[in-house]
Design a protein around this ligand. Structure first.
Ligand code: HEC
Length: 256
């Protein structure tokens, strides 16, 4: 038995080794808040406006999202469904064929329904804020989280033009010590907005928070309901426990 257990441990080792690996890109943290309806609604608006031209949410229906986020049907139909072929009860598809997309961008834009579960929300939140100008790339942009990315920086009108410059940064730079006085790091890969867009940097971060929050909701739409159900189930178990206990006392009374 011991030998088998040992063999099992050894068999599992490389797997945990892989899991610990991966590129050492610094990710900014974001904690989704599925109770913040305003944030989720804004995220859905941003997604349908800026992302659905290329990315679908195949496993999510407009109707379900509208119900969960509290958006009336007419508003969704008027403002969030842009294709003639799609109706309120349809899945959030788009019309781009994979073949076309792959030849335009070098890679087909993947479906994003499960993206938050695949990559994590920190990754998405950081990725969408990490595009920068790079004249050597076919679309003129690169990304620090996803080097040589095939996606254009579709949010540039909101964020402005971001470039990589040499400056002081709060982000830890691997292999470098921070300045003992300021606690900041000197680095030549700091992303900085050099031409402002429609939004201030803090507003842009909030917009990306909302968008990522929406993708977190889409990855697990029943989580909201499950969380609401939890306390009710516990209350039921408690009340039922009391009744069961009284019943047990009643049954055993004659025996004792
Ligand atoms: C013009 C088309 C286009 C638009 C619009 C677009 N994307 Fe993309 N996106 C792509 C392509 C192409 C890729 C694949 C990049 C690659 O593999 O190099 C991609 C990749 C991604 C990925 C990474 C997928 C992975 O590999 O895990 C995420 C996340 C993403 N896009 C989110 C968004 C969001 C959010 C929006 C809206 C703000 C958006 N995209 C708008 C084309 C687009």
């Amino acid at each position: 038995m011991k030998k088998q257990l040992f063999a099992l441990l050894v068999a599992l080792m490389p797997v945990t080794g892989f899991a610990a690996g991966g590129a050492a890109v610094h990710l900014d943290e974001m904690t989704p808040d599925l109770h913040d309806k305003a944030s989720l609604q804004n995220g859905m608006k941003l997604f349908t406006n800026y992302c659905m031209g290329c990315h679908s949410l195949e496993y999510q229906r407009y109707a379900r999202a509208a119900e969960d986020l509290g958006i009336p049907q007419e508003l969704v139909e008027e403002n969030l469904i842009f294709s003639e072929d799609l109706a309120f009860n349809d899945q959030m598809r788009n019309a781009m064929s994979e073949g076309d997309a792959a030849s335009w961008f070098g890679a087909a834009p993947p479906d994003l329904t499960l993206e938050a579960r695949l990559r994590g929300t920190d990754w998405i939140y950081t990725y969408l804020r990490s595009f920068y100008k790079d004249g050597e790339r076919p679309l003129g942009v690169n990304n620090t989280v996803f080097p040589l990315v095939g996606m254009p920086n579709v949010l540039e009108p909101l964020q402005g033009v971001q470039e990589m410059v040499c400056a002081e940064t709060d982000r830890p730079v691997p292999g470098h010590e921070p300045d003992p006085l300021t606690g900041k790091y000197q680095s030549c890969d700091v992303l900085q907005v050099t031409q402002p867009g429609e939004l201030e940097p803090a507003e842009f971060d909030q917009a990306i928070y909302d968008l990522t929050n929406f993708l977190a909701y889409v990855g697990e739409p029943s989580k909201l309901q499950a969380q609401a159900l939890g306390p009710k189930v516990l209350l039921f178990i408690f009340i039922f426990g009391v009744i069961a206990y009284l019943l047990k006392r009643e049954y055993w009374r004659d025996i004792h």
